[in-house]
Design a binder for this molecule. Sequence first.
Ligand code: NDP
Ligand code: HSE
Length: 436
Amino acid sequence: MKPIQVGLLGIGTVGGGVFTVLERNQDEIQRRAGRGIRIHTVADLNVERAKELVKGRSEVVSDARAVIKDPEIDIVIELIGGYGIAKDLVLEAIAAGKHVVTANKALIAVHGNEIFKAAHDKGVMVAFEAAVAGGIPIIKALREGLTANRIQWIAGIINGTTNFILSEMRDKGLDFATVLKEAQRLGYAEADPTFDIEGIDAAHKVTIMSAIAFGIPMQFEKAHVEGITKLDAIDIRYAEQLGYRIKLLGITKKTPSGVELRVHPTLIPTKRLIANVEGAMNAVQVFGDAVGTTLYYGKGAGSEPTASAVIADLVDVTRLLTSDPENRVPHLAFQPDAVHNTPILPIGEITTSYYLRLRVDDQAGVLADITKILASHGVSIDALLQKEADEGESQTDLIMLTHETKEKNMLAAIAEIQDLSTVAGEAVKIRLENLS
Ligand code: NDP
Ligand code: HSE
């Protein structure tokens, strides 16, 4: 049978990996897909660099639209990134009746609803395994493997760059800027690394997982997003002393009143497997009512790990090319008419535990005043750590862990605590999840 003809838009870090792995493993892939998969044409702005990579084995052009219009091409892979030209090209490819594979989480999280509607109307597939957690097949697990379950929550380390930064800072005592440069050199970071360090990339990914886990539309704009730039090294140390590790987590939970959708630094017990995921590795923990806890671990970024997911999508699309569109796995895992607009909860309405660090006067009655305020807002203390004041210092750090409470209760309590004349500076509040 004639090989499937693929147009590859963008041959950078991931596109280069796709080209290399597809060539290297062509025989094995063909045995699985039932026919060959060939990169017919590559489009990249840097034609010379692309030609060097491709070495005459595919055509190379600078105009991506020429690839989309080519009737020879069955599947278009978008590996350009962003939601500018990439969005236009994906929609044009769909309009031209091409199936699309993309690793572009920003595009899917922000414009997924429009893209899936266009693809559904045209009867073509849009596959996006590589958009979440690189090489880990988490989209496949959520859309297919866990389909019997009512998924209750997902918590993931889904940004390799920030996990790499947090790990290197803790282990090697390196500074933030040095480690970020290294992550960029290794190809983990986004073109704009603020997407990584400010939590936006993780928010794109958790938005996608939330939509396919709960059968809701993509609602990136409603996600609560905090990155790691304001994290203080002292809190990483205090957390360790209390038996916790701080990770940037993407969290989504289904509750009776709505869906929680949030990204922020989070304390998790060191004894949990996910707390020990280091470097650029990713891990996603999913809780389903039937299966209980499941954990998916692997490389979340980089050329070949991400290519692994892109090629898995290529094989899937190849196998399903001749199938009736109505019998394929729906884009959001739920049938389009069964996607519900469950509200995303504002951050004040979420329920979680907290780590609180206060700088307080080292004198009688201070602790009593603070605990009284917490109790008046229904916040119960789980653990307490008070450092001995340094010699000559009249103030000390007071660290508390709380039981679960609504965020708005915690914020009201903190506002009152900060008004006490015995409490100095700003309270540091970091959310804590037990993931049990
Ligand atoms: P790169 O920047 O390395 O590659 C993008 C390529 O697209 C570059 O070669 C660029 O050329 C080319 N390009 C830009 N504009 C056009 C255009 N109009 N027509 C044709 N080619 C164009 O990005 P990555 O490979 O790292 O990322 C690609 C996608 O994969 C992104 O959506 C990213 O978020 C996602 N992703 C990346 C991962 C990673 O580990 N890197 C992991 C998971 C997902 P030039 O360099 O000349 O601008
Ligand atoms: N910048 C992303 C990360 C790439 O660091 O995880 C993978 O999506």
